[in-house]
Design a protein around this ligand. Sequence first.
Ligand code: FNR
Length: 382
Amino acid sequence: MIIASTDDFREAARRRLPPFLFEYIDGGSFTETTLKRNVSDLAGIAVRQRVMRDISTLDLSTSLFGQELSAPIVLAPVGIAGMNARRGEVQAARAAERHGVPFTLSTVSLCSVEEVSTATNAPFWFQLYMLKDKGFMDEMLARADAAGCSALVFTVDLPMPGKRYRDERSGLSGPSAFNNQLQRAWQAITHPRWSYDVGLMGRPHKLGNVASALGTDSGLEDFLGWLSKNFDRSVNWDHLRAIREKWKKPLIVKGILDPEDARHCADLGADAIVVSNHGGRQLDGAISSAHTLPGIREAVGNDIKILADGGVRSGLDVVRMMALGADAVMIGRAWVYALGARGEAGVDQLLSIMKHEMATTMGLCGVTSVGAIDRTILAEAN
Ligand code: FNR
């Protein structure tokens, strides 16, 4: 199949992946209102066409926390992304490195921080959830630091998981999941057809980062049980203070939708926030990132950097988010579809497509550098 866009990658991933895995990636929470809103609100942002501006040189590069990026694009943390291709997180991190953009490794990854660090040369980012097991959190911070992770993404919008009907229907979550559907699904994906390195004789693969907390023989069942017991609903601003004390490199708080919360993050010494509703997977009915972003920029001014995600499917969407106030943009599903469709080459191709689309949008809006993308490139229809 010829692939020209993120939607094409989505279709290719749908054809190739076991259904439960595709549903896990593609789905959101409850009736997926916020998931759809992320996409439709962004698509509804009108940009301003300008002409006769000599756009022969277009510069997409930017810098973030002293790191040079070839484009203001970051691969968002995505749990169990490593199941979409053999050692999937390493494949995605390599593609990101080749493109000169950061990759973020989820706490809930198949490949450990050490494995990604060994397989790549560029610094990557590490994402951490607030867990009750503070010993594990401290250990993870130390491991991420030692592995050379250049920034920590502290995700705060998951004190408890959102209600995801698709995962319940597919058997990925829910009370009887591990006894029946999930076991069968795991067996299906260990079949040579998928060529995944996810299991041996039907035994689920270990999750790299949490193996130390669980013991070396633990599989995914143990992991998910451990995780659901470990999400810390008591997460509050004191925890951010404590993490700020411990982590000396750039600290990015992910999952901010409210201007007041954004202000708190800045006041407590975060270097950046990610304006995000977790891709519509947590509080369904919540406002879209595109909609809340301008108010958040107003609340924090230039005190901290702002990243944004949710519904970004093209380089045009990246430019829209930047015009609304983001310094850089995270992409979630887009890179995971690409990984599921074509592995490392897919993520590589996706990033090329996104950069090309970004350059096209900038050129046709008459701006030649990332620094010139601001509200003035939005049409009055907004
Ligand atoms: C996520 N996201 C996420 N975020 C995080 O901080 N840690 C994680 O482990 C995960 N896991 C995860 C799994 C899957 C399958 C998806 C789709 C998303 C949220 C992710 O980082 C990002 O915020 C959204 O994906 C952005 O929305 P789009 O780009 O997918 O629309």
